[in-house]
Write a protein that binds this ligand. Structure first.
Ligand SMILES: [Cu+2]
Length: 130
């Protein structure tokens, strides 16, 4: 019989397996500024976690990507608060397993009016889920 879904990593439409509607057990406040990511805690327990990203810039759009570090060192992007305007905030709740993560802004030149590669400028920080 034919498989209904092709051989993609994740389902084509509904997408992100980490996105959850469960009530968060913890909230991580992340301040974004050029060019740094500043979570209010360095680690949090596994489970549904709300990330609230606040853009402290007065001029630049930023975003928060929650990147899980795979064993081989590559990143799995578990979810993003995209394109947060200066002075604004946004949030996402993700159900995440324990592991090493990086909180990063992944805007690149041409996106959201940016002329910088924010990740390369150092807009990232290690984060642990335990
Ligand atoms: Cu940024």
């Amino acid at each position: 019989m034919l498989a209904a879904c092709g051989g993609e990593d994740s389902d084509a439409g509904s997408g992100n397996p980490y996105l959850t509607k469960k009530a968060p057990k913890a909230t991580v406040e992340v301040e974004m500024i050029e060019f740094a990511m500043k979570p209010d805690v360095p680690s949090v327990a596994a489970g549904p976690i709300r990330f609230r990203a606040t853009n402290a810039s007065t001029s630049m759009v930023h975003e928060l990507a929650v990147l899980r570090v795979r064993d081989d060192g590559s990143f799995d992007n578990t979810g993003e608060v995209e394109d947060v305007d200066p002075g604004k905030s946004g949030e996402i709740t993700l159900d995440l397993p324990a592991g090493r993560y990086v909180l990063a802004c992944v805007l690149v030149p041409g996106e959201a009016g940016s002329t910088y590669d924010h990740f390369k400028e150092g807009m990232k920080t290690d984060f642990e889920i335990r």
